[in-house]
Design a protein around this ligand. Structure first.
Ligand SMILES: Cc1cc2nc3c(=O)[nH]c(=O)nc-3n(C[C@H](O)[C@H](O)[C@H](O)COP(=O)(O)OP(=O)(O)OC[C@H]3O[C@@H](n4cnc5c(N)ncnc54)[C@H](O)[C@@H]3O)c2cc1C
Length: 382
């Protein structure tokens, strides 16, 4: 990464220091001030053209390189994603609408995402259709007036209580294969035909939800791409989504902070624990390099599902393994000062969040299957 990336990193850290409270652990806590912090921080980034830095200028972006976008991802995740739920709009909803949307859809949806003003949710998973997504049962039936009536249920929908729009996958017809006959609809969440029920989890409030659709009326203008051809867009979404979060950056930041937080106690930590700590730092570097490889392949259009999966396996395992090491280190924090409290809060949050990392955006078992298939197809399995 060039000089511009270094300057950018410094600028982002300065903005985080100035505008995000030190105790901030993400937008989705019991304290409404955290959500307000994220909303304000999005506006700050948008005003400086840092929110959608790598988007093309015609869509309100800064036309920066993918490497600069990578710096943004790293700094944001390292500091508990102060963009809140809006990161999804920047990372994949916007780019997907640029690729597949009509001019009208681009005019409607891209400026509010670029301004940090709108939250999207992803209506893919259903109670019997997570890993096997194409088995979903939410159905859009022709309404006789040129549109459709959508009914069904989604689950694990992040941010649905606060989202204004839903990126919805529904069945419009039955083909030979279950991947055929699926369609993406862009639907407003304030429609009375949509009901959201929060699910209590250890990820905190406002995060996971069930979403029910009861005769939701949609038209051709709400369809993204081609009717019945939604599966190819889903594949596109996954390739953006699976590299969109730089989990290694937070692991590295917390691991690097441990020696100074422990002070003199660091020197007397069991050698075994310090050995695990060093191994985790090495794994952070490995995940970072795999992420950079994926960014390179993605920007040259040569990425395969196996490349994104290899990164996801490394980074989600790192998330969980480093959380265990950090918990063991946190147990050794002996004093009760400001820095110790900061560290304990961060580590506890990191541990809770890491538990879901090998499930969201496709479970680690499914990633292993995708990677194996891709290696076998390339002849690497021999
Ligand atoms: C924090 C979080 C946020 C999420 N946000 C969203 C969201 O915003 N929108 C959305 O649509 N979804 C979301 N999800 C859902 C997520 O995509 C699914 O949980 C995931 O795809 C797994 O599906 P499932 O939960 O139905 O588990 P299942 O598919 O039932 O899998 C259960 C277990 O069986 C294993 N398994 C399943 N099939 C196979 C197989 N063929 N071979 C080997 N093992 C298998 C899985 O690996 C897993 O360990 C979120 C999930 C989490 C945890």
């Amino acid at each position: 990464m060039g000089k511009r990336a270094g300057d950018l990193r410094r600028e982002l850290r300065r903005l985080v220091n100035e505008q995000v409270p030190e105790h901030f652990l993400g937008a989705f806590t019991d304290d409404p001030a955290d959500l307000a912090t994220a909303q304000q921080f999005c506006r700050t980034l948008a005003e400086r053209n840092l929110l959608c830095l790598a988007w093309p200028e015609e869509f309100g972006g800064g036309a920066a390189s993918v490497w600069e976008q990578t710096v943004v991802r790293e700094e944001m995740w390292a500091h508990h994603e102060p963009r809140g739920a809006q990161y999804m709009g920047v990372n994949w909803v916007g780019p997907i609408i640029m690729r597949h949307g009509t001019a009208e859809q681009q005019r409607t949806h891209l400026p509010p995402i670029a301004a940090g003003e709108v939250i999207w949710c992803q209506g893919f998973s259903e109670p019997e259709a997570g890993s096997d997504l194409a088995s979903l049962r939410t159905t859009a039936r022709p309404d006789g007036a040129g549109g459709w009536s959508v009914s069904g249920q989604k689950i694990w929908t992040s941010y649905a209580t606060m989202a204004q729009w839903c990126f919805l996958l529904a069945r419009t017809s039955r083909g030979e294969k279950k991947q055929q006959g699926l369609t993406i609809f862009l639907v407003p969440m304030d429609d009375p035909a949509i009901t959201v029920r929060p699910i209590r989890t250890m990820l905190g409030p406002h995060h996971l939800n069930e979403v029910f659709f009861d005769d939701l009326r949609v038209t051709g203008a709400d369809v993204l791409g081609t009717v019945d051809q939604g599966w190819s867009i889903v594949q596109d979404v996954m390739s953006f989504e699976r590299v969109g979060i730089a989990r290694y950056a937070r692991c590295e930041r917390l691991l690097a902070a441990a020696p100074t937080v422990l002070g003199p106690r660091w020197e007397v930590l069991p050698a075994e624990l310090r050995g695990r700590w060093i191994r985790m730092l090495t794994h952070c570097r490995r995940a970072r390099l795999l992420a950079y490889r994926v960014v390179t392949l993605q920007s040259s259009g040569r990425i395969t599902p196996g490349d994104a999966s290899a990164y996801r396996i490394a980074v989600t395992k790192l998330d969980q393994d480093s959380a265990e090491v950090l918990m063991d280190i946190a147990a050794e924090v002996g004093h009760d000062d400001h820095r110790a409290r900061w560290f304990l809060g961060e580590v506890e949050d990191h541990w809770r969040y890491s538990q879901a990392s090998t499930v969201s955006s496709g479970s680690i078992e499914m990633q292993r299957i995708l990677l194996s298939r891709s290696m076998l197809a390339a002849g690497g399995g021999r």
